[in-house]
Design a protein around this ligand. Structure first.
Ligand SMILES: Nc1ncnc2c1ncn2[C@@H]1O[C@H](COP(=O)(O)OP(=O)(O)OP(=O)(O)O)[C@@H](O)[C@H]1O
Ligand SMILES: [Mg+2]
Length: 231
């Protein structure tokens, strides 16, 4: 059997928040996680269990109180903000619950924003191709306010993939969509994960979406428990 390379390795992660009242809340308690290249993983768990906290730590938007986060063997919990920005823009794509598109920019401009930082050749061609892939060729010059919720989320997915990241992180990406639109978006992310070889970590309340991933993990009491995603 050929060995799949490990893309992401979290070891013994603790995250404590100092609360406004003074007492601290420990959200992650010795959590570990390993994700291989091109693997898709769903993270489920009740509200407040720490899913967004975990995703922000994986994406280097937040630092753990202690523990190691290795991305491609590089410890991202120990880098300065400048190196982190470079790692994020080249290796990690984000899709948030709210799309965060720039309202004054067109679909095409929104998708190309991350390439201004990373400076990729062929970005415009890739943008065209991906937007066609998600059925938005006819919307290139529309602004976010002229799109449906599902179309906006598809733009957000394309924007997250434009720099061909190794890892796509999505935090409850289908939260604001109806069932049909959210099924479409889920299907799209799974297909793009296969086509592009991008590893995918999706936080979701939908067991339907979770069931389409290679693995389903539940965040309970500060650590992850493997669940059978084929149930
Ligand atoms: N900046 C912060 N300061 C203090 N406490 C915080 C902070 N951010 C999150 N928390 C606390 O950490 C816990 C986990 O929050 P988190 O947002 O990670 O949960 P979640 O699993 O994503 O929930 P949901 O499903 O509702 O999005 C919550 O109890 C929250 O109050
Ligand atoms: Mg959350």
């Amino acid at each position: 059997m050929t060995q799949t390379p490990t893309l992401l390795q979290l070891t013994d992660i603790y995250k404590r928040y100092e609360s406004p009242g003074g007492a601290a809340t420990e959200v992650l308690k010795g959590l570990s996680l390993q994700v291989d290249a091109a693997e898709s993983v769903a993270i489920v768990g009740p509200s407040g269990s720490g899913k967004s906290t975990l995703l922000n730590i994986i994406g280097s938007l937040d630092k753990p109180t202690s523990g190691r986060v290795l991305l491609n063997g590089q410890d991202i919990s120990q880098q300065d903000e400048k190196s982190l920005a470079a790692i994020r823009s080249r290796q990690i794509g984000f899709v948030f619950q709210l799309h965060h598109l720039l309202p004054q920019c067109t679909v095409l401009e929104n998708v190309l924003v991350p390439t201004l930082v990373a400076g990729r050749d062929g970005a415009a061609e890739r943008a065209d191709r991906l937007l066609e892939r998600v059925g938005l060729s006819g919307r290139l010059l529309y602004r976010p306010g002229q799109l449906s919720g599902g179309e906006r989320q598809r733009v957000a997915v394309v924007r997250a993939l434009i720099n061909a990241p190794k890892l796509l992180l999505a935090d409850e990406p289908t939260g604001s969509l109806d069932q049909a639109a959210s099924d479409n978006l889920a299907e799209l992310m799974v297909e793009l994960n296969r086509e592009e070889g991008t590893a995918l970590i999706v936080v979701t309340h939908s067991t339907e979406l979770a069931g389409r991933m290679d693995r389903m993990l539940e965040l309970t009491d500060g650590s992850l428990v493997e669940k059978d995603s084929r149930k």
